[in-house]
Structure formats: C-alpha cells, structure tokens
Ligand binder design. Structure first.
Ligand SMILES: [Zn+2]
Length: 63
C-alpha cells in the first residue's frame, strides 16, 4: 500500500469545535467531501446527543 496516498480531511465538530482528521474509510467522509457545508459531529458529541435523546424519550416517572 503506497504511503502518503491516504486522503485526510480535516473536519471540525459543529458542537464542541474539536478538530479531527478523517480518512476515506470514515463513514461520513464522502458526505463531507461532497458538501463543504455538511455538518460534522465528533464521536463524543454524537454519543451525548444519543444519550440526551434517550433521556427525553423516557416517560416521566409518576411520583
Ligand atoms: Zn464534538
């Protein structure tokens, strides 16, 4: 495998501002490469969003 041929793309998390470099194998690479305005969120923020979504879905406990 030739070195230096790996396409890296710098992306910035829209939520926390963390910068990351993703490669072609990243599931969002194509989407982000195609659309410069596509929103990227990092693993941490995605996990947090998922957690928050679960929390809001929970029915309120009757007291
Ligand atoms: Zn983030």
């Amino acid at each position: 495998m030739p070195l230096g041929k790996v396409r890296l793309m710098e992306v910035k998390c829209a939520l926390c501002g963390r910068k990351e470099e993703i490669t072609k194998v990243h599931k969002d690479y194509r989407r982000l490469a195609k659309d410069k305005n596509a929103v990227y969120t990092c693993e941490i923020c995605r996990a947090r969003l998922r957690y928050q979504a679960l929390q809001t879905q929970k029915p309120e406990k009757p007291l």
